[in-house]
Unconditional design. Structure first.
Length: 262
């Protein structure tokens, strides 16, 4: 499945403008043959917008979801987007996957919140593995810091995730996560990982870009630079099957030895 990564911070504080940015990117992604477009963490509203995160938060079936579903349908591709999700009095850092038919396929709430800023504004999610079927692939959802915990990604591998989508807001000086950690996670868990970052200065945060689609052989199939851009690469189920056949990590596991991990 051809996958487009939208490396952009959008227009922080303006849902309406970010919906326009997403619509334009969806048009370019569809023209490049993509069947899936993935945004960065909290793309819908912006990341470093303080208490506006709570003000702009919407339920998973809110007005913005309807607008994104219409965009997905009009351009004929699935969209995974980061947003602040309101559920009663609680706000979650979430990512939602919408099909090319405009159907809500899956919604994931970030389980590992990073730093005081996120802990002050969000409630952590409690469900580690969230998946959906898309064009013959099992697609999993995760957000930023979550992917830095090996147990999280291994749980997806054991649950059969083929392509793991990771909207992120990766900061300077931690660019080694995009450059090294993500490709290693893809290799050790035998899956594709789409890691899609924000970019540039936003409030007190400097985002490093370097979005990538890492393959199960540990090689980046595409990698963005340090500016706003849309990059496209394929998640190939044939390569994935061959890689899993030749790589014994998952079959050589000895779970009985790992009790100390929990």
């Amino acid at each position: 499945m051809r996958t487009a990564l939208l490396q952009s911070s959008g227009r922080p504080g303006s849902v309406a403008e970010n919906l326009k940015v997403l619509d334009e990117a969806a048009g370019r992604a569809a023209a490049a043959g993509a069947g899936l477009l993935v945004t960065s963490e909290l793309f819908l509203t912006g990341y470093a917008i303080g208490d506006d995160l709570g003000r702009l938060a919407e339920p998973a079936d809110g007005d913005a979801t309807d607008a994104i579903a219409e965009t997905a349908t009009r351009h004929g591709l699935a969209i995974a987007y980061g947003y602040p999700e309101r559920d009663g009095e609680r706000v979650f850092n979430s990512v939602q996957l919408i099909s090319a038919a405009g159907t809500r396929l899956a919604n994931y709430r970030k389980t590992h919140l990073y730093g005081c800023f996120e802990r002050d504004h969000f409630t952590p999610g409690e469900r580690t593995v969230v998946q959906a079927e898309l064009d013959g692939l099992t697609v999993g959802l995760m957000i930023c810091y979550d992917v830095e915990f090996p147990e999280n990604v291994r749980a997806h591998a054991l649950a059969g995730t083929d392509l793991l989508l990771v909207p992120t807001a990766q900061l300077h000086p931690f660019q080694f996560v995009a450059e090294s950690v993500v490709p290693v996670r893809a290799f050790e868990n035998q899956m594709y990982i789409a890691y899609v970052n924000r970019v540039g200065q936003e409030g007190e945060f400097e985002f490093v870009g370097l979005s990538t689609l890492a393959a199960p052989d540990g090689v980046a199939r595409t990698r963005a630079g340090r500016t706003e851009e849309l990059v496209v690469a394929d998640a190939d189920p044939v390569l994935l099957a061959a890689s899993r056949e030749s790589n014994p990590y998952l079959t050589d596991r000895r779970p009985g030895l790992y009790g100390s991990l929990v």
